[in-house]
Design a binder for this molecule. Structure first.
Ligand SMILES: *Cc1c(COP(=O)(O)O)cnc(C)c1O
Ligand SMILES: [Zn+2]
Length: 371
């Protein structure tokens, strides 16, 4: 039987319970045994839903999808090192968040939810808005009132309503939490179904490498939906005996906002984060990630670590990627800046994959970076 389980106190809840957090206030995960029928997977069209038996949506009728995923894995030279890049900016809304939104809104449909709320002015908000539109579910996104129209226009274009909250990002989250008492909370940071979608990046990577896990995976990290999701996926494949190992997970944070890096090194678990508004890597400027402890534990278990990058390093990596024909968001470029640092003492022949998380066309900061 599938169930929901608290990541901290281990309290279990029925799988049918629409709750999004434990009574103790901490995030939940889903207890579920994924199955991998390699023959069946191979016979299906490319896309994240080819791993159907590994995604806990009960009925195919409820799947909300644009046939997204199975993004290309390409080779590139970075700092004189041969690496592989997973082009996860190639999604309908322009970021990997569509993986999570596809499963999350499928679950909402399965639960016959009529309207959802989320708080994010960025890519998660756009993804939840797009998949809500596809599902015919009404969607409301809470953002801080200072958020630019450039950032909310994609969300509004999908027909979602945007609620502007006076005050900080934290006050916005507070308002969303209040609204979540009466409306389903489609939160990318909290809702465990989002991670059941993001984990598919690990399945794709392993399949694209002949059902072998890479040695190392590098990705930018804020709320950890990608890094933690990927780790879950790699672990599931190893536990099912499909792959023989789990990669080192390397999480990249902007030096201006690096609470996970600080926590990993044994610092205060709510390290000050003065640069939330300042870094060009706005997609990872998360001062207090709700799954912080879980992310740090996953990175430690995998034998990985966190790397911080300065603003000039992010901008250099943005330009370098663009000159290779890869136009990515500054937040995604932070991951490449971290990759460069990682490669300084990587082993010869190490199989390193970096995930390119968001499309440059989305980003209003780009003209500024070219000055
Ligand atoms: C959301 C996002 C990230 C970070 O993902 P988390 O789930 O917050 O760790 C990185 N890059 C881009 C482009 C994003 O949209
Ligand atoms: Zn609990």
């Amino acid at each position: 039987m599938n169930s929901l389980k608290c990541t901290v106190c281990s309290q279990k809840y029925s799988f049918e319970d629409p709750r999004w957090r434990c009574e103790c206030g901490r995030p939940l995960d889903i207890e579920f045994t994924p199955r991998f029928h390699l023959g069946r997977i191979d016979s299906r069209p490319p896309g994240m839903w080819r791993y159907r038996e590994a995604i806990p949506i009960v009925s195919d009728d409820h799947i909300v999808s644009f046939s997204e995923g199975y993004t290309p894995l390409v080779e590139a030279d970075v700092s004189g090192f041969r690496v592989k890049l997973k082009l996860d900016f190639l999604f309908p809304t322009g970021s990997f968040k569509d993986r999570g939104a596809s499963v999350l809104l499928s679950r909402a449909k399965e639960l016959r939810i009529g309207s959802v709320i989320e708080d994010s002015s960025g890519n998660a908000g756009a993804a939840v808005a797009a998949y809500s539109a596809k599902a015919g579910i009404s969607c409301c996104i809470y953002v801080p009132s200072i958020t630019s129209n450039a950032k909310t226009s994609q969300i509004e274009a999908y027909g979602a309503s945007v609620i502007r909250v006076e005050g900080s990002r934290e006050q916005t989250a507070e308002s969303a939490l209040k609204a979540a008492e009466s409306t389903w909370y489609a939160s990318h940071a909290w809702n465990p179904f989002f991670f059941q979608g993001t984990k598919t990046v690990a399945y794709e990577l392993c399949e694209q490498m002949g059902w072998k896990a890479p040695d190392t995976v590098v990705a930018p990290v804020g709320n950890g939906t990608l890094l933690l999701g990927a780790y879950m996926g790699f672990r599931e494949l190893a536990e099912a005996g499909v792959t023989g190992s789990i990669p080192r997970m390397i999480g990249v944070q902007a030096a201006l906002c690096a609470p996970l890096h600080a926590g990993f090194r044994g610092g205060a678990d709510s390290a000050p984060c003065p640069g939330t508004q300042k870094t060009v890597a706005s997609g990872i400027a998360v001062a207090a990630p709700v799954r912080g402890e879980q992310i740090i534990k996953a990175v430690a278990e995998s034998g990985g670590r966190f790397i911080t990058v300065e603003e000039f390093e992010i901008i250099m990596s943005f330009k370098d990627m663009a000159r290779k024909g890869l136009f990515i968001e500054p937040t995604a470029a932070a991951g490449i800046a971290g990759l460069r640092k990682y490669l300084v003492d990587a082993n010869d022949g190490e199989n390193v994959v970096a995930i390119l998380t968001g499309h440059g066309l989305k980003s209003p900061e780009v003209p500024m970076l070219l000055e």
